[in-house]
Design a protein around this ligand. Sequence first.
Ligand SMILES: Cc1cc2nc3c(=O)[nH]c(=O)nc-3n(C[C@H](O)[C@H](O)[C@H](O)COP(=O)(O)OP(=O)(O)OC[C@H]3O[C@@H](n4cnc5c(N)ncnc54)[C@H](O)[C@@H]3O)c2cc1C
Length: 444
Amino acid sequence: MREQHLPGHRGLATFALLAATEVLVARTDIIVLGAGIVGSSVALHLVKRGLSVALVDRGGAGEATSYGNAGIIEGNTIFPPAFPSDWTTLLAIALKRSSLANYHLTFLPKIAPWLAAFRAYSQPEKLLETSQVMRPLFARAVAEHETLAAEAAAEKYFRRTGWLKLYRTDRTFAGTARERELAKELGINNAVLDGDGARMLEPSLAPVFRHAVHWTGAVSVSNPLAVTRAYAARFAALGGLSFVGDAGSLHRNGARWRVETASGPLDAGEVVVALGPWLRDVLDPLGIKLPFAVKRGYHRHFQPRGNAALARPVLDADNGYVLAPMEQGIRLTTGVEFAPRDAPPTPVQLKRLLPAAHELFPLGEPVEQQASGATTWLGARPCFVDSRPVIGRAPGQAGLWLACGHAHWGLTLGPATGRLLAELITGATPFCDPQPFAADRFLT
Ligand SMILES: Cc1cc2nc3c(=O)[nH]c(=O)nc-3n(C[C@H](O)[C@H](O)[C@H](O)COP(=O)(O)OP(=O)(O)OC[C@H]3O[C@@H](n4cnc5c(N)ncnc54)[C@H](O)[C@@H]3O)c2cc1C
């Protein structure tokens, strides 16, 4: 067997170990599994620190969950989405009359323990704790993107226009009081607007809402796929190597880890699992059990009618969807769906919310009209029960690291995660306390 060390950008030594067979085994310092926004950002941060890094995916960078999101870099985030606490909302969801959430009935027994734990983490004191431990990550979200975007020539996709949350009723707006109070304490800028004030920012919106909050510090992108591709291209420009391969082939090979790729086996002392919704495909066989599930979500693109336009993403809070201006058109993204990750799409939420969306904004023709009839994109938000990601060592497996479970904020937190994990792996001082993101918080 022949073994070859892949170069890092500082030109690490190449060596060959010859054995009986002629199979070439590439050896690198670190393998990153998954080239979504999280894995690509981790790989880029590692290669910037002089390590020899291989990025392995079965497809192209950013083509899975990181393609279809609403494109919002929400450094302003305070509270994670919570399990509904009022019975009216819960009943509407249970009766499948709400566009906020959907579920597959047959999946409920399987997801029930996860939902019960998620509900426990939705108590006010737990939400407050999550908001506090997540703040250092969110606070760096925009700045870490800006650094990578400048290096990767991706700035053209970035809009510094904030994002707008709309409330159709006094009741839903009043529900945000605590969030706004905390924002004030933390110095997170926002402007509370009435309908007319919001329509001065976004003149194409119809006056169907009473209140709005403009989160001025948020940034959005016009093409999340292009942003991840740009970061992956920067990784390559710095000497990182990308491989097509199956993360499911990960196994121990002596003191190292091995992954099978289309170019042959790849060995490394350290491996980062950044597989988004596919995390369990690798962790389950290794016996690592974490309270992980996916919240599925859909999008569909529409042409704006006439001269209608949006300068920033807009959330219709009462109906749980976002309208985000993208290069492809206006991207309408839905709320969450609890269903098996790989079950066929059931985009009933889109159907339920389309009348509200048409009422709010002059949506024209759908952009994708394929002969197959497939017009909606389906993705899956990778989520732990406490809505916090795992960034750090995998429990009980030397050399295995995790960067996963970014839920509603994978785009937002990819670069900050990349920096934090690279600092942990290289033994540098981490920019924030990594303890709240350790996997072993679930093992006590
Ligand atoms: C409708 C919707 C709207 C959203 N809006 C926002 C938003 O506005 N802002 C925000 O911050 N976040 C948003 N999110 C969340 C965000 O998109 C995700 O958190 C993020 O994309 C997760 O990134 P990731 O890199 O962890 O996963 P992914 O992008 O899914 O990357 C995982 C990679 O692993 C690869 N992979 C999987 N299995 C294998 C295997 N066996 N072998 C090899 N490779 C494999 C996949 O091909 C993929 O490239 C939204 C999500 C949805 C669904």
